[in-house]
Design a binder for this molecule. Structure first.
Ligand code: PLP
Length: 389
């Protein structure tokens, strides 16, 4: 019989695979399902990026194995973007690693830094890949609750002295999935101070760095003095340029950690297809208007959704960034049966908050991932169930 390794049995089940399965089953019944559950951008990659890829795919240079660790032009392109957008200087050779989406790096960093039994601090609610990486490394986790009363930021003063001393790694993620919270410069300064004091590596997940509302441009962790000494930032083209399917991301910052991530990547992957690297560089150094337009689109969608929510009596705070709305479930409900009810009775898919950790219980996550008319229709369908007000 086939016996999986212990590291596999320690892996949590993929919550979102289950969610997609439920949504597909409902659609298979012939229902008109509005899927706002998965964080999958619904509009296409800008045409100039697609065109760069089409042209590059004919280049025979790219038909051979790409160089290990990728082409220098792509690392230079992302370093230039960070300099232009955040004033952060990065050495393309030593402070940039090219990844298959942010996801691979978020998992690999645990394998790079944690021995079996080592402690990692993870946000709760939080993006489930942090847990998977820790589980694959055989590490253990302490959850840092993200409470609405604290702006969904972790409170470092409530991490126990034993955990602070034992932790080797911690994850932060702003703009935040799933709460939509954003962090300011003082939060990042506190994070660097906490990490320095306790000798903890910071992994900052900046997947939604390009999506900030109300005229507030999200801060990068790397803008904080001392950040590069204590950690790295994970940046991805998936959301910024609608390139989720292309699988391009980066780890940026501390050279020692970057070299570890590069080493692990050498063994797993070699590097991305050269045509994709060229298209990614085009995204990063080409016209940036598409990024601003996308940001505006999500902000208009947010306004449409909150207008509709207030009409049905569903009270919730607006997200400051990301493309998620974090909505409290009505009194007496738990998030999973509530989400199941919305799917069964209104054909609307939202993600139950408990999928992001125990402190996600009491909420559902609705993605701004359909056009305004469909988003409003989704809220109106929910309103017709009469669960609010
Ligand atoms: N981090 C967060 C918080 C995310 O929501 C996602 C994707 O949904 C990712 C990282 C990974 O994105 P990718 O692997 O496409 O770069």
């Amino acid at each position: 019989s086939i016996e999986p390794a212990e590291r596999m049995t320690g892996l949590p089940t993929q919550f979102f695979a289950k969610l997609v399965g439920k949504a597909n089953a409902q659609a298979a019944k012939g229902r008109d399902v509005i899927n706002l559950g998965q964080g999958n951008p619904d509009t296409p990659t800008p045409p100039h990026i697609v065109q760069a890829m089409q042209e590059a795919s004919a280049n025979p240079l790219y038909h051979r194995y790409p160089p290990f660790r990728g082409f220098p032009f792509l690392k230079e392109a992302v370093a230039k973007r960070y300099l232009d957008d955040y004033g952060v200087k990065l050495d393309p050779e030593t402070e940039v690693a090219i990844l298959f989406g942010g996801k691979t790096g978020l998992i690999e960093i645990s394998q790079c830094l944690l021995n079996p039994g080592d402690l990692c601090l993870v946000p709760d609610p939080g993006y489930p890949d942090y847990w998977s990486g820790v589980a694959l490394a055989g590490g253990r986790m302490t959850y840092m609750p993200l409470l609405e009363s604290n702006g969904f930021l972790p409170d470092y003063s409530s991490v126990s002295p034993e955990d602070a001393k034992a932790a080797k790694l911690m994850f932060i993620n702003y703009p935040n999935n799933p709460t939509g919270a954003v962090a300011d410069a003082s939060f990042y300064a506190d994070t660097v101070a906490f990490a320095e004091k306790n000798n903890i590596v910071v992994a900052s997940d900046f997947a939604y760095g390009a999506i900030g509302f109300d005229g507030r441009k999200p801060f990068s962790f790397l803008q904080t003095p001392g950040a590069k000494e204590v950690g790295v930032e994970f940046y991805t083209l998936s959301k910024t340029y609608n390139m989720a399917g292309w699988r391009v991301g980066f780890a940026l910052g501390n050279a020692k950690i970057i070299s570890l991530i590069n080493l692990i990547q050498d063994h797993y992957y070699c590097s991305l297809f050269g045509g994709i690297q060229e298209a990614a560089a085009t995204a990063l150094i080409g016209p940036q208007q598409c990024v601003a337009e996308l940001n505006d689109k999500y902000e208009s969608r947010r306004e449409a959704v909150y207008g509709a929510l207030s009409e049905i009596g569903w009270k919730a705070a607006r997200p400051g960034g990301s493309f998620f709305c974090w909505l409290p479930v009505p009194k007496g409900w738990k998030s999973e049966p509530f989400a199941d009810t919305l799917l069964e009775k209104a054909d609307v898919v939202v993600a139950p908050g408990v999928g992001f950790g125990s402190h996600g219980e009491g909420y559902v996550r609705l993605g701004l991932l359909s056009d305004e008319a469909r988003l409003v229709e989704a809220v109106q369908r929910i309103g017709r169930l009469g669960l609010f007000g």
